[in-house]
Structures are given as C-alpha cells and as structure tokens.
Design a protein around this ligand. Structure first.
Ligand code: LLP
Length: 410
C-alpha cells in the first residue's frame, strides 16, 4: 500500500489523537515540488506565484513566502489574508473575476497589480485610476483541463480578453494612459501535456511582441499531477527542453530589458502533500452494491462529486486485506456524495481508518459546512516529521453557537 508521502503509522497516530475527519499536510513534499519546479526553470528570469485558491492554510502560505513565491489572489478575502501574512504587494497579482469598483479600489490602494480580463473592466480601471500600471489577462483561445468545469481558455470561457481583441485593449490603455506592464493567461487546470502548455504559451509570447514596455509575462498555472497509479506525471525534462528553452530565446529577443516570466501553479505545489483521514462508519450491502460510509462527505472533499475526480483510497487499519469492491460514500444527504464508485480497496470494516490521497489542493479550500457538519481539523507535518494540530475541528455545540452568533442570537 502506498500512502505517499506519509508514513501509515503516523497517519494512524494522528487519526487516533485528533479524531477524524482530519486533513494532514506534509511540508517536505511541498518544498520538494517547489524546488523541483524551480530547478527546471533555470536560465530564465522567473518569479513563481502561488495560486492560493488551491490551499490557503496559513502555514502553507508561510512556506510559499519563505521560498520567495508571490501570490495569485482572486478575492478581497484572499488579498487581505496574504497582506496580513507579510507578502510583498509587488509580488501579488490580483486576478479577481468580474470585479466591483470597490474591489478594484481596495486592490489598487493595497499596491498590488491588477489583472484585468474584461475590456469593460479595463475601461473602469482607466476611469478611476488612469495612468496606473495594469496586467491584461488574455484568452489565447486554447483551453484544457482534467474536466470541462476547469477549462478557462477557448471561445466558451468567461475568462480573459479574447486575444483577437488586442487592438481594442491597446486603444483603451492609450485612452486612459494605462501602462500595460503584464500580460497573463491561464488556460485550465490539471494539464499533463507539455504540448498543450506550449501551444498556449506560444500565443502569449507572440502577443507580448506588441508590448515593448512589459515587465512580466504570466503564463498561468494548470500543471497537473498524477492522481491514479500508473498515470504519467508532467514531463518536466520535456517542459524544460521545449517551453523553458523557447522562453529563454524569446526573452533575449524582447526589447524590454526587465522582463520577468511568471508561473502561478496551485495544484502542482500542494496536491500530493495532503491526505484526508476518515473513519468508516457503516458497511452496507444491497442487492448489487457494497457501500462503505465515511464520517466525512462531499462538503469536505467536493472534487469527486463535482468533477468525478479520482482520489486513491487506502485502508490504513488493514492494508493487507483482500481487496473488495466498494462505493465509498460520505455522510451528506445527497446522492452525489461519493468518493469512489466500484473501487477496489483492501476489505473495510466499520471503525477502520482510511486515507484519501492527493487532497492537498482544492480539498479544504473547496469545502463547505453543508448539512451543518463542521469542517475537518488540519494537521501540519513539519520537515522534521513532527505533526502539529493547526486547526481544531469545532464540536457540534461550538459550531451551532457560532452560527447563531452570526445572526445575533445565542
Ligand atoms: N491561475 C488562475 C488564474 C486560476 O484560475 C487558477 C485555478 C490557477 C492559476 C491555478 O490552477 P492550478 O495550477 O491549481 O491548476 N477546483 C478545481 C481546479 C479549479 C482551478 C481554478 N483556477 C479542481 O479541484 O480540480
């Protein structure tokens, strides 16, 4: 049984000590991913941003800051959090979707660069803050991703200004004296093909030739990780020899003397660093199925229900049991509440502890308290292997009282 990168004994100890459900994150794995990626970018002037929507627990953001990463923030809440955690505003890109004027003002006054993906947004920025610096998000008309819901480029996508409207972008910028200092794109999420990433990168580089004063080109995130055994990871050596090599030549030929290349992955840095631990509450056999019902649900890990996403499930209590086929389901009153269907798992019994792997990205950050189930606890494993409880799970009483309090009731 692989519970990469965790020691099963440590996970069992955490489940016993803190109860379930609990998310566990491994700092060493996050550092390894960052360093591995950085090593493949040598030779180009680069700044890495972290797309904090993937996982914004404070210790993880601290790691990103200590490693010199900036931030891709997409809401005032995200922005407020990273400013409070000490990130340099110069290294934050504010890429909110469909911003209000109020939101724009907040971000501009905080000193972060705005990333605008709508012509009308660019006009509004110009009207309120003429002569300011801006980054423009283009839609290169290429999209990709592990599921249709995560594709953010192409004609059906709401994101970015279609690249063929670049003349209009330049007109608006000229009218309001906006300085286009950055060009950005992000075509989707969970991409394992370097060819697709390169096809899109080629579009933004071509577009960047029209902008002599650019300070950065942000080619987005979207780098995938393998979720299933046997699935090939992104080929970083090929990434380096194709995309990075072409970018190096491009930078040398661009008139801007201070051009920086940015990437903004979320999943790649964090997905494999996390597991969700849960207890099997119920084993139930019907005519055709065997259900294993857990003490967590789609509120805590939405990806299977939302994208039919695969997460490997390990039986920590009896890893060597004979595999049996289960529908592994949650404790939420919805039929979409499942983690795996027709999945082989070493035989499960009520009381067993399971680990749901690769849940460090878009696990906790996509969670909700639907059905009034408090969020999971979170445990951080330091690089020396020591686990630390970083967020407690509220008891149902605390949870209900906090809820009533929001309504001014007790
Ligand atoms: N930059 C922008 C502008 C984005 O919208 C995103 C993700 C990223 C960067 C980071 O993408 P990543 O490197 O993590 O693929 N909830 C989905 C993923 C949605 C991603 C949304 N945008 C999932 O669980 O698969």
């Amino acid at each position: 049984m692989s519970t990469h990168p965790f020691h099963p004994g440590l996970l069992k100890q955490i489940a016993a000590g803190h109860g379930t459900p609990v998310y566990v994150y491994d700092e060493a794995t996050i550092l390894a991913r960052i360093n591995e990626f950085k090593a493949h970018l040598e030779g180009i002037p680069v700044r890495l941003l972290y797309a904090m929507k993937a996982n914004h627990c404070p210790p993880l953001l601290d790691v990103m800051r200590r490693c010199g990463l900036g931030i891709d923030a997409v809401s005032p809440g995200e922005l407020e959090l990273v400013l409070r955690l000490g990130f340099d505003p110069a290294h934050i890109l504010y890429s909110a979707n469909n911003m209000t004027d109020h939101e724009m003002r907040y971000a501009v006054e905080a000193g972060v660069t705005m990333n605008i993906g709508e012509l009308s947004g660019l006009r509004r920025l110009g009207e309120a803050f003429g002569e300011s610096d801006v980054c423009v998000r283009i839609n290169p008309q290429i999209g990709a991703g592990h599921h249709a819901h995560v594709v953010t480029g192409g004609d059906r996508s709401k994101f970015g200004i279609p690249v063929e409207q670049m003349d209009r972008v330049l007109d608006v910028a000229a009218r309001y004296d906006l300085r286009i200092v950055g060009l950005h794109q992000h075509i989707g999420s969970g991409i394992l093909s370097t060819e697709i990433l390169w096809n899109a990168a080629a579009v933004i580089l071509e577009t960047a030739r029209r902008l002599n004063d650019l300070q950065f080109i942000n080619v987005g995130g979207g780098l995938g990780v393998p979720y299933r055994a046997g699935e090939a990871p992104l080929d970083l050596a090929e990434f380096r020899s194709t995309i990075v090599a072409s970018i190096r030549k491009f930078v040398a030929s661009h008139p801007s003397k201070s051009l920086e290349i940015r990437f903004e992955p979320g999943r790649y840095f964090t997905a494999e660093s996390g597991v969700l631990l849960s207890r099997v509450n119920t084993i139930k056999r019907t005519g055709s199925r065997t259900f294993a019902g857990l003490d967590t649900g789609m509120g805590h890990l939405l990806r299977p229900a939302l994208y039919d996403a695969w997460h490997t499930i390990c039986n920590l209590s009896r890893p060597d049991g004979t595999p049996k086929t289960y529908d592994v389901v949650g404790n939420i009153c919805e039929s979409a509440d499942f983690f795996a269907r027709d999945r082989g798992v070493p035989e499960l019994a009520e009381g067993d502890i399971v680990a749901i792997l690769d849940t460090g990205a878009y696990g906790m950050s996509l969670s909700s308290t639907y059905n009034m189930r408090p969020l999971p606890a979170e445990v951080w494993i330091h690089t020396d292997g020591t686990p630390e409880l970083i967020r407690r799970r509220l008891t149902p009483t605390e949870f209900a009282m906090a809820y009533l309090n929001e309504y001014g009731r007790r």
